[in-house]
Ligand binder design. Structure first.
Ligand code: SAM
Length: 181
């Protein structure tokens, strides 16, 4: 029994260290979007089009999994650098048998985003700056970017909503290749 407890403590510590390490590396924890933010994001999804939806920093899968269930014929892609959240999202994908979800343990700044119809993110100011630079320099995405809480600097969104949470968090929608250039 004592050995099992030691193993449980070591595993818990390793998980905590892994999450803290990746949080320090990318500047944001894998905190999921709130349910109100998720609803607002889903409402801001463009009605037309069937191109893939990418979650840039997909965390525990709290957005990609419901999106994949809601849109079974649409490809949902998640990029996540933090190992434990990524692993949990892979387990959830297998558990729900969601063949339309593709989860990569990779930095999205080094990924090809040109196939995406919708980019979704919940990052931080520096992360948004880096993403804006990538989108401006590559100019390869045609769809929309939906961002929870953080805007793209001085770029004007085509639409924004304020959710009814404690922080009155904004959700922005940008038209890529029109607003971001
Ligand atoms: C606040 S969480 C959002 C999780 C999920 N998208 C949601 O809205 O529920 C942000 C996630 O982005 C990941 N992340 C930040 N920068 C990244 C990068 N350059 N490449 C891949 N993942 C990144 C973090 O590890 C973290 O898990």
């Amino acid at each position: 029994m004592f050995a099992l407890e030691i193993i449980a403590v070591i595993v818990t510590l390793l998980i905590a260290v892994s999450i803290v390490w990746s949080t320090l590396k990318v500047g944001i924890s894998p905190m999921p979007s709130s349910s109100k933010a998720r609803q607002a994001i889903i409402q801001l999804l463009p009605e037309m089009g069937n191109k893939p939806i990418y979650d840039l920093g997909s965390g525990w899968g709290s957005l990609v999994i419901p999106l994949a269930k809601k849109h079974p014929n649409r490809t949902i892609v998640g990029y996540e650098v933090s190992f434990v959240p990524w692993l949990v999202s892979v387990v959830l994908k297998r558990f729900f048998r969601l063949s339309n979800v593709h989860l990569y343990r990779q930095n999205f700044l080094q990924a090809d985003l040109s196939e995406a119809g919708v980019l979704i993110c919940y990052l931080h100011t520096c992360g948004m700056t880096a993403l804006a630079e990538k989108l401006k320099s590559e100019r390869s995405c045609e769809g929309v970017l939906i961002s929870n809480t953080f805007g793209l600097g001085d770029v004007q969104p085509e639409q924004s909503v304020q959710i009814n949470d404690f922080y009155k968090s904004p959700i922005y929608r940008y038209r890529l290749n029109r607003d971001v250039k």
